[in-house]
Design a protein around this ligand. Structure first.
Ligand code: PHE
Length: 464
């Protein structure tokens, strides 16, 4: 028997949950350090261009597929592809998404675990003390904490338990309730921090670092990373938005929701950069390991507020919740596959998939210094996350998601009926003025941009 499909409680429910999926460690942890490693300016502008030309059209495509076919990614592509050229092969897009969800969650949850470590440090009254001495804080994090595989595993497993619990209780009970109350609080704190950043001496330098483009400073890998980051941050290319779209009410507008989610997500990523770079430049911080800047810059400023230790703890608590609304969506993709396609109960699906990812993720927890063997796994990427962790992040963000997104764009642009897309985008919205533009982007611009970057990197590898 099929279970009744869950639904968001309304317009705000969908927006908050989908924004909750998009906004997370991708914006706060990953985007700033990627921008830092790629010398800012050009990277940030390419990122923004990617959101506009590739991210927005693909998000609409994913949500419309989800709402039309009312299935998990695999089921959707099975149904949608059935009577088209390629037929059952399209289901591969769904499987790639489930694989990406599995892989991403297995290391994302490790980073989410870092926030738990900070919350605990604050509760013990130690975070304030560390934050008063920036060098000590970096040392604690990079040389102490990252090298401790046991500790990271424990936090990672805790975070996976929280995620599994939330998905277990289903669409309305778990996912929505969390997103509804905590995201607005996080936004408020970020706005306050941006205002603070404008008063710091490093603000001007931060702005020119972020927005003055030097395209010579970026190579084709920089392009790949910028586009990969756009997919990662917007939760695209693996069916997360598709799955959430399948719970979306027909009375809501897909184009409007998409623009709101993409706008918010991009603003938050930029805000995180402005805040962190202002701090780095104001205090001339020497960054030991760029992938840790979320954890080493902000505490040094927050600690100056009254009750600094607690304020710091609270901030990481909100980040933990932002991460949770993202990990929920990752697990939701993997388990809704089992629910819809394997006909498992929600209970069985979430518990089994959650445990499998948790166990696999322990390897990532050990691969940042805890275990010699795992830390030295041939790093395919070039970012400062190393070992197995870095390799999986590189593969998922720069290959699985963009390739998935490329296939989704090709499917919706070339194999999906124009009239069906039009009907779905119109429903709940009214007349869609930009429909022609959207169709042009999804048919030509998105596939060509993503395809060209992928091809140039592949050829680059061969000729090296
Ligand atoms: N978008 C999330 C973030 O930025 C991560 C994510 C990627 C979630 C892919 C779901 C799917 O933190």
């Amino acid at each position: 028997m099929t279970q009744p499909r869950g639904q968001w409680s309304g317009k705000l429910g969908f927006i908050l949950a989908a924004a909750g999926s998009a906004i997370g460690l991708g914006n706060l942890w990953k985007f700033p350090y990627m921008a830092y490693e790629n010398q800012g300016g050009a990277f940030v502008l390419i990122y923004i261009a990617a959101v506009l030309t590739v991210g927005i059209p693909i998000m609409m495509a994913e949500i419309l597929l989800g709402r039309r076919f009312q299935s998990s990614p695999v089921g959707t592509f099975m149904k949608a592809g059935a009577d088209r050229p390629g037929g059952k092969l399209w289901a591969g897009v769904g499987f790639l998404g489930v694989l990406a969800g599995f892989v991403i969650l297995s290391y994302y949850s490790v980073v989410a675990g870092w926030t738990l470590h900070y919350i605990l440090l604050a509760l013990k009254g130690q975070l304030g003390e560390l934050a008063r001495q920036p060098e000590l804080l970096q040392d604690h994090f990079v040389n102490g904490f990252l090298a401790n595989g046991w500790q990271q595993s424990a936090y990672h497993l805790t975070f996976m338990a929280l995620t599994t619990g939330a998905v277990f209780f289903g669409v309305k009970g778990g996912i929505e309730r969390v997103a509804r109350y905590l995201m607005p609080l996080l936004f408020t704190i970020l706005i306050v921090l941006v205002i603070y950043a404008t008063t710091t001496p490093g603000f001007d330098r931060a702005m020119s670092f972020l927005f003055r483009a030097d395209f010579m400073a970026i190579d084709r890998y920089g392009f790949l990373e910028a586009i990969g980051q756009a997919f990662f941050s917007l939760s695209l290319g693996m069916g997360a938005m598709l799955t959430y779209g399948s719970y979306m009410n027909r009375a809501n507008s897909i184009p409007r929701s998409t623009l709101q989610i993409c706008g918010l997500d991009t603003l938050i990523g930029l805000a995180a950069c402005v805040i962190m770079f202002s701090i780095i430049f104001s205090f001339d911080m020497q960054i030991q390991k760029s992938s840790t800047i979320l954890f080493t810059t902000l505490p040094t400023v927050l600690v100056q507020l009254p009750g600094g230790n607690i304020v710091n703890g609270l901030f990481y608590l909100l980040i933990a919740f932002a991460a949770l609304t993202s990990t929920i969506s990752l697990l939701e993709v993997v388990s809704s596959f089992a629910i819809d396609e394997l006909r498992w109960s929600r209970r069985r699906a979430t518990l089994t998939m959650g445990s499998a990812i948790a166990v696999f993720g322990v390897l990532n927890a050990w691969s940042l210094g805890g275990s010699q063997a795992l830390s030295t796994v041939n790093p395919l990427g070039r970012s400062s996350t190393q070992g197995l962790f870095g390799t999986l992040d590189y593969l998922a963000a720069n290959w699985f998601l963009p390739v998935g997104g490329l296939l989704i764009a090709l499917f919706v642009g070339w194999f999906f009926r124009r009239g069906d897309a039009f009907a779905e985008l119109t429903e709940g919205h009214g007349e869609v003025r930009g429909f022609g533009l959207w169709r042009f982007l999804i048919r030509f611009v998105a596939p060509i941009v993503v395809g060209a970057i992928i091809v140039s990197v592949i050829l680059g590898y061969e000729y090296q």
